[in-house]
Design a protein around this ligand. Structure first.
Ligand code: UGA
Length: 443
């Protein structure tokens, strides 16, 4: 059954969700306050890098099933409205900034004259959905006929299309005292995935909100766990890659997200654990999440460690030394540089006086906007030529597949820091490089 769907917010989450809904056969309107973004999307183009998304957006702009607007009135009669606006970290504090979610609800609710369903996808502090549901009932002419549920999103950047079309689970939070039509509508929206047997969990609002932040907190904890062990490996001469393989065979542990290296960044994990800690404080259960401070601290230490290691390998100081930083995005297959460990390391070395040259296959524009004083190279070879030290900071395939012999012939010094433990250490050592992994046995 075809529904009329609106998606508010057309960032990584919203634009991908909107395109996914159109692919599932619904009639979709994406709404954003950013006129330039809307104009780009309306032409069938995507203002950021997400594999597979440009094809899907242009396909459905052409079929007419997907359109974009800045005017919420054009979305007012949708059967289901999705909230996909950003919830960044508040400036100067750890809590989530809910101003965009609040503004969206204040704008949409007065336009709702017919029974409808609003589903929140944005990551919000627990308690937000109940507050918004009450506010919508207050503002909407349709009053109690507007139901608001929470349907957290688990998509990963770089795999957004796949994760939207084939999610590993669907979670729906509903106010159990007034369930309304939320579950019925969600079952229609997601009929395809539910029909394929995708787990569909209906919970209360608070649980749904907590599922999302708990999942991200767990992933962050897993990464910081292996990075903490990497520190111990460094102190003992043990090898964290072999260790992660060995413990990963235990099904209770699993090998995924045990990639030791520069740690996590991006627009989600760092700010989500901080907002979670802040919310726990408000709820009087700060002790329960005290360990997340340590998760954050271990993570930030990874960047210090790479900067210190670079200075050590160059004899104590980086001042005036040419260094190539390969990678600026927070992870491969993304142009996102929000809280990127790679860009952070490049920026710190630059501020310490090194001559840094950064190259990233997709994130150069965003990186230059965030760090205009950094030098950006034209390609990997351009970055490495004449460098005394090379740091691989994002594990793009181009870097993993790079020929260490060819790079050795153009670099001035043959020291490589593998910030993502993604290179073939033996091949680099055979090509004459001093290879330094993180938490790895030295070559
Ligand atoms: C994360 C979650 O994985 C998604 O499920 C969630 O929907 C999303 O946040 C969100 O809240 O919107 P994402 O930020 O796209 O997705 O990135 P991840 O793939 O989780 O990677 C996060 C960071 O962890 C990256 O910087 C990555 O390099 C790092 N990482 C990942 C490691 O350092 N080691 C690993 O083993 C895995």
């Amino acid at each position: 059954m075809t529904l009329r769907v609106s998606v508010f917010g057309t960032g990584y989450l919203g634009a991908t969700h909107a395109a996914g809904m159109a692919e599932l056969g619904h009639d979709v309107v994406g709404v954003d306050v950013d006129a330039a973004k809307v104009a780009t999307l309306a032409r069938g183009e995507v203002p950021f890098f997400e594999p597979g998304l440009p094809e899907l957006i242009s396909k459905h702009v052409a079929t007419g099933r997907l359109c974009f607007t800045t005017d919420a009135r054009e979305a007012a009669d949708a059967d289901v409205h999705f909230i996909g606006v950003g919830t960044p970290q508040k400036k100067g504090e750890h809590a989530a900034d809910l101003r965009y979610v609040d503004a969206m609800i204040e704008g949409l609710a007065p336009l709702l004259t017919h029974p409808t369903v609003i589903l929140g996808k944005s990551t919000v502090p627990v308690g937000t959905a109940a507050r918004l549901a009450a506010r919508v009932r207050e503002l909407a002419p349709a009053g109690d006929a507007v139901d608001l549920g929470w349907n957290p999103e688990f998509l990963r950047e770089g795999f957004g299309v796949e994760d939207t079309l084939r999610p590993d689970r669907l979670v729906l939070g509903v106010d159990k005292s007034r369930p309304g039509r939320i579950e019925e509508m969600a079952r229609v929206v997601y009929a395809d995935a539910i029909g394929r047997g995708t787990p569909f969990l209906v919970t209360d609002l608070a649980t749904a909100e907590l599922v999302k932040v708990s999942a991200n907190a767990f992933l962050a904890t897993k990464i910081s766990f292996i990075n903490a062990i990497a520190e111990v490996c460094d102190a003992t001469g043990a090898d964290v890659l072999e260790l992660a393989d060995a413990i990963g065979y235990d099904e209770r542990i699993g090998r995924k997200f045990l990639g030791a290296g520069l740690g996590f960044g991006g627009g989600c994990l760092p700010k989500d654990i901080r907002a979670f800690i802040a919310r726990a404080g408000e709820l009087g259960v700060q002790q329960s999440l005290a360990f997340l401070y340590e998760v954050d601290a271990v993570n930030m230490r990874r960047r210090d460690h790479v900067v210190d290691l670079a200075a050590r390998e160059l004899g104590g100081s980086v001042v005036g030394r040419p260094i190539a930083v390969l990678g600026a995005a927070f992870k491969p297959n993304s142009d996102d540089v929000r809280d990127s460990p790679a860009l952070d390391v490049a920026g710190r070395l630059h501020l310490k006086g090194a001559q840094v040259r950064v190259y990233d296959p997709e994130a150069m524009k965003n990186a230059a906007a965030m760090w205009p004083t950094l030098h950006f190279a034209d390609g990997m070879a351009d970055a490495v030529r004449g460098a005394e030290l090379v740091i691989v900071a994002t594990e793009w395939r181009e870097f993993r597949d790079a020929d260490p012999v060819a790079l050795a012939s153009i670099a001035a010094g043959k020291i490589v820091i593998d910030g993502r433990n993604c290179l073939d250490a033996d091949a680099w050592a055979d090509a004459g490089w001093v290879y330094r992994g993180l938490g790895r046995r030295s070559s």
